[in-house]
Design a protein around this ligand. Structure first.
Ligand code: IMP
Length: 424
């Protein structure tokens, strides 16, 4: 079975836990897009791990983790992540493969991410400042450095000499900041290559063989559908394709290599950074959700904006990704509410629509139209069996699944692996 796990909202849906749970028995867990802007939290036996680059299958013995060509990799953070995991007794060796075609987040791209944000002033995207945008921009401009270049000294030298001229011009002349020394950067990049050489390989060919041999694969999405550069709330998006199409371009596998597409749906909505968010609760209620749900960024620690579930977003995401199943996370955070609101449509200048508006200037005028559902009195926190879920909670998750036209796969009732109710 080859299963994709994809965020259906603005990221932070709890994909790490769902991937870790579903990774059990999988031959391969593969990431296809994004980079260390992601923060996938996994709790095992009460111990919390946060992964930024390495796929969440790394804790499973016998699972190979693949970082695909569609990713943007910061070698320094990757080396640190490998060391940190090893320090915790987690094996990282031939079970980790990094695509030689994945793009390298160079230090100048990290700096440019911050400088670009600064210059945007009140129009800031609120990026994670990990260098994502400038790295994907270099990829599109065909001046990017790829992981395979780090282990080919001549290629690296030629490329870096050329690129650094452009970058230093921009950094020094336009932004008035200190540029980068070629020699220092070249030495640094070579040392990353030396450290990471055992992991860098042709992952496209590895994936091809795996698919032909019928291996079980889990495709791990990062960020979420509404942050997709093509389908999200542009320009307040990331610079890659976290949606299902990204699997094919970001790993080099054909559409037939995906059997199931699982949506990860947080029981309410959150967003971190700038951009439209129609169901956002800016007052006391939003703060309460944030505290109850521990809604602080796993990568940046920033407080997340919080609000009610938005079915306009979820139905749109269901179409874009072709979701066949859904995993509802953090249901326990809604424990104790008398009524639960769900946005079923938007009103834009007095006109009702159930279609997600693609034009940003329309989206910012969208007012949510809510339906109220009954909350549940008995808490669902820690529940493991379907029979133990109160009927109102079951009603809520089934309502979401029906609207998304997908089957309910699981419901998460707490951060631990065991706090999971399986449906199918
Ligand atoms: P970037 O990906 O760092 O360029 O940030 C672009 C936007 O995507 C910002 O609003 C970030 O907060 C958001 N973003 C990027 N990665 C994640 C993620 O893993 N979870 C949630 N939001 C993210």
């Amino acid at each position: 079975m080859k299963v994709a796990v994809i965020g259906s909202q603005w990221g932070d849906e709890g994909k790490g836990k769902v991937v870790d749970f579903l990774a059990d028995g999988k031959d391969i867990v593969a990431r296809y897009s994004g980079g260390p802007n992601a923060g996938h939290t996994i709790v095992i036996d009460g111990k919390k791990f946060i992964l930024h680059l390495i796929p969440s299958g790394i804790f499973r013995k016998d699972t190979v983790c693949v970082m695909g060509n569609g990713m943007a990799v910061d070698p320094e953070s990757l080396i640190k992540e490998i060391e940190d995991l090893r320090g915790e007794g987690i094996y990282v060796g031939e079970n980790l493969l990094v695509s030689e075609s994945a793009h390298v987040i160079m230090p100048y791209n990290r700096l440019l991410d911050s400088l670009n944000e600064k210059i945007k002033g009140s129009k800031q995207i609120g990026t994670t400042r990990k260098g994502i945008g400038p790295t994907y921009a270099d990829k599109a401009s065909r001046i990017g450095i790829r992981m395979g270049d780090l282990i080919r000294e001549d290629v690296l030298k030629e490329k870096l000499e050329f690129i650094l001229k452009i970058k230093n011009l921009l950094i020094k002349e336009f932004f008035g900041e200190k540029g980068f020394s070629f020699n220092e950067l070249f030495e640094k990049a070579l040392s990353w290559g030396e450290r990471l050489k055992p992991f860098i390989t042709n992952t496209t060919s590895y994936m091809k063989k795996a698919v032909i041999e019928g291996k079980s694969i889990l495709y791990e999405g990062a960020q979420g559908t509404m942050l997709d550069i093509d389908h999200g709330t542009y320009p307040y998006v990331t610079s890659s394709n976290p949606t299902v199409g990204g699997i094919m371009t970001g790993l080099g596998v054909p559409p037939g290599a995906i059997d199931e597409v699982v949506a990860v749906v947080k029981a309410y909505t959150t967003r971190v950074g700038g951009g439209a968010f129609p169901t956002e609760e800016k007052g006391e209620f939003g703060c309460m959700l944030r505290e109850k749900g521990g809604e602080y960024g796993a990568t940046t620690g920033r407080p997340r904006r919080c609000g009610w579930l938005d079915l306009v977003v979820l139905k749109y995401a269901a179409w874009i990704n072709g979701f066949t199943k859904i995993a509802v996370t953090k249901l326990d955070v809604l424990d104790g509410f008398e009524k639960i609101k769900v946005c079923i449509a938007y009103e834009i200048d007095g006109e009702r629509t159930e279609e997600f508006p693609l034009n940003y200037s329309d989206l910012i005028r969208a007012k949510p139209v809510y339906l109220e559902l009954d909350g549940w009195k008995k808490p669902v926190k820690g529940v493991r069996k379907k029979e133990d879920l109160p009927k109102e909670a079951l009603n809520y998750v089934n309502f979401i699944a029906d609207n998304m036209n997908a089957e309910l796969l699981l419901v998460s009732t707490g951060a631990n692996r065991e706090h999971t109710v399986m449906f199918s």
